[in-house]
Design a protein around this ligand. Structure first.
Ligand code: BEZ
Ligand code: FE
Length: 298
């Protein structure tokens, strides 16, 4: 029979996959087709609306280049990136618990976002990645341990943030190069320390299709102040996470749904003078301390 009625189309698409050899791909595509068709039926989408949706996705793709990833932004602002992160961390936590678990809970993960740039400079502990950038100086320090509290030496902290006005190097123009990002390695006791700026809240890039979508949804584009890090060491599961500034606006309405209570850190303000690492500051500065805990590799 050549003709398919509307109520038969979903099953017909699924039936075409009988020769699919990849079981996982088949499972994913089956669910995708079922949910996409159910969505079309539920909202009774018009042909004009569907073309508009395709034009929106086309514009989203056209906005992408090596410095701008509008599709990640779409995934982030629809809560999909954080859902993927959270579900995978729950799954990993269950697997860890069923293998005996650890005495302490591991550091929670959150979204990576579109501003990670691989290959940032490797700098010695204590270096300042915020010099000559807008923003108030901040001293970051703490320890990396495993979930039994054992220090992890030579653990890499790959950190990046926007400047004190919420602008990332990737948004600063072609000549800016890498700013406010570096890789640090913990010492033999698992300690890390470095200087940067106290991050401020900022809007996710909203001059493209995703920004238009947010405005039409009646949403603001802002993220609370945060610094990003990937923390990784041989023999341990890496974590991609942030530290959020405790007194920042928008902690309750992060545009990408990434806030975890365990990652909110007070930034203590200090008068000019000698900082904990001996550096003499001639201007007020902040300090933030946080201990990271990594799960042993499976
Ligand atoms: C960020 O925190 O860098 C970010 C995350 C998601 C979307 C846009 C920016
Ligand atoms: Fe960010």
């Amino acid at each position: 029979m050549a003709q398919l009625e509307a109520e038969d189309i979903t099953q017909a698409v699924l039936d075409r996959m009988t020769d699919c050899q990849d079981a996982r791909f088949k499972q994913v595509m089956t669910a995708l087709v079922k949910h996409a068709h159910a969505f079309i039926r539920e909202v009774e989408i018009s042909e004009e609306e569907w073309i508009n949706a395709i034009m929106f996705l086309t514009a989203t793709g056209k906005m992408c280049d090596d410095k701008r990833q509008e599709f990640i932004l779409l995934s982030d602002t629809l809560g999909i990136s954080m859902l993927v992160v959270a579900l995978n961390q729950i799954k990993a936590a269950k697997a860890f618990a069923s293998s005996g678990g650890g005495a302490q809970t591991p550091t929670e993960a959150t979204v990576q976002g579109p501003f990670y740039w691989e290959g940032s400079p490797e700098l010695p502990l204590g270096a300042d990645i915020g010099t000559d950038m807008p923003g108030e100086p901040a001293y970051y320090h703490g320890r990396v341990t495993d979930t039994e509290g054992q220090p992890i030496a030579n653990c890499c902290l790959d950190v990046w943030s926007g400047d004190g006005e919420g602008v990332y190097d990737m948004q600063m123009g072609d000549d800016a190069g890498m700013r406010l990002r570096a890789r640090f390695h913990t010492d033999a006791q698992g300690n890390y320390r470095f200087w940067s700026i106290k991050p401020t809240y900022y809007p996710v890039p909203d001059d493209g299709p995703v920004g238009q979508m947010l405005r039409r949804m009646g949403r603001h584009p802002n993220r609370p102040g945060h610094i990003h890090m990937k923390v990784y060491a041989p023999g341990h599961q890496s974590v991609t996470t942030h530290l959020f500034v405790a007194d920042s606006p928008f902690l309750d309405s992060d545009a990408v749904f990434g806030v975890r209570n365990s990652l909110i850190v007070p930034f203590t303000q200090h008068a000019p003078g000698k900082a904990p690492d001996g550096r003499v500051m001639d201007a007020p500065y902040h300090s933030a301390t946080y201990d990271f805990r990594l799960v042993p590799a499976a």
